[in-house]
Design a binder for this molecule. Sequence first.
Ligand code: BYC
Length: 472
Amino acid sequence: MTHISDERIPNNVDLGGDKRLQRALEGWQPHFLDWWRQMGPDGFQADDVYLRTAVSVEPGGWAHFDHVKMPDYRWGIFLEPKEEGRLLHFGDVIGQPVWDEVPGELRNMLRRLIVTQGDTEPASVEQQRLLGHTAPSMYDLRNLFQVNVEEGRHLWAMVYLLQRYFGRDGREEAEELLKRRSGDADRPRILGAFNEPTTHWLSFYMFTMFTDRDGKYQLSALAESGFDPLARTCRFMLTEEAHHMFVGETGVGRIVERTCELMKQDSNEDARAGGGIDLATIQKYINLWYSVSLDLFGGEISSNAADAFAAGVKGRYKEATRYQDHTGLGQTRPIEEVRDGRVVAADVPLRNAMNEILRDDYVEDCQRGVDRWNKAIRESGVDFQLVLPSRRFHRAIGAFAGVATDPSGRLVGPDEASRRMAEWLPSAADEAYLKSLMHPVHAPGKIAAWIAPPRRGINGQAFEFEYVRRPS
Ligand code: BYC
């Protein structure tokens, strides 16, 4: 059995001093490594990759860079330092001390939230496991692997909570996290978007732009939690999440930039003629990934969300600093639904609308990213605007699940929906076209024709830097 030392697993949870936990993690680690070899990045396990490893929670401590082989990555366990005297600050329990152990009556709720969160982390690695073979540059290849190892670390973070605080149930859940598989018909991952295939790099950037951004909001909501170890874990995870969203937003931004360049070079402004990805296709992938990511917030009306808020377990985005009232009582929020073929809005008690309130902040954040892409399009002199579709469009969860609308949110009949689907969402032909563009460009400083190079490299290195060294 592998011996887990502080050096092997960098941590600030006194792993060496907790023999029970150490044994539990020692039992789990080989299964994790088996899973990583089987389901992690395919074909690159022996490469030396220029990766950032979290080695402490001090400022800058999470930004240690070195060339490492991915199976040797030091997946650490870090919680933000404890804030002494922290009190519960929302729901029905305001003013009581936060919990350092799981309160019995909240055990199921907390376990469910931690398992759901934990399940997304390995799922995303599985979704992306073949992408290395078609990376548009060595810089992008490295970023993909950075995202992958950090999702692995986030899995460790949730498994630590399960093993440390949930006893035998927690150990079983930790094993199950390695057994479900993204897209598997029999044992799928828990949430919808994590079973969608990520078959090419446009989807990868959309995923890191839109789906990782759901991660930011869910982790922020859990960072407010009265279960202090969860709050402190999520706060640290958020420092890593920022890079993932950077990869997504700038990835799509660089495609947009290249597309506009190719349009300018063609007499018909046809980006595909120059081997690029046209803006209409980019729009369809926005429609897809934004809508499946909206679903990740749960139903607009949710008693689960109300219970979690009341219990002080899951707050709103920046609950502590952005709100004056932290009870969520005596207030309502209008929520739309379809009644007799029409969209109507009805007032719902605020606590039951917590998923929608978190979604509001997410939507605004996504819009800021789209605005930046549009600015680049405008500045290139191309007349086109990318848009976020309506929240009603293409939903599988909540009041609009299964309701056919166009991307603007107008209700449409089944005939129009099936006739126009290929205008709104990626078609088999779009998928085939994108896959035809995906060829590996693995030489330092070189880049595929459909994407612009980044403005700068990673950690002060040039774009031409050898971010990934192939085994000799
Ligand atoms: N797919 O009361 P409702 C990330 C289920 S991403 C399938 O409306 P609730 C990352 C729901 O479980 C962030 N099922 O929902 C990003 C419930 O089932 P049960 C992940 C769904 O509970 C990129 C039923 O429908 N973080 O970190 O208020 C790469 C009724 O639901 C879905 C979290 O998820 C769905 N989309 O909210 C790597 C945070 N939506 O219990 C990582 C923890 C709902 O009745 N999770 N259902 O059988 C949560 O906070 C909540 O579980 C959810 C759902 C917000 C997901």
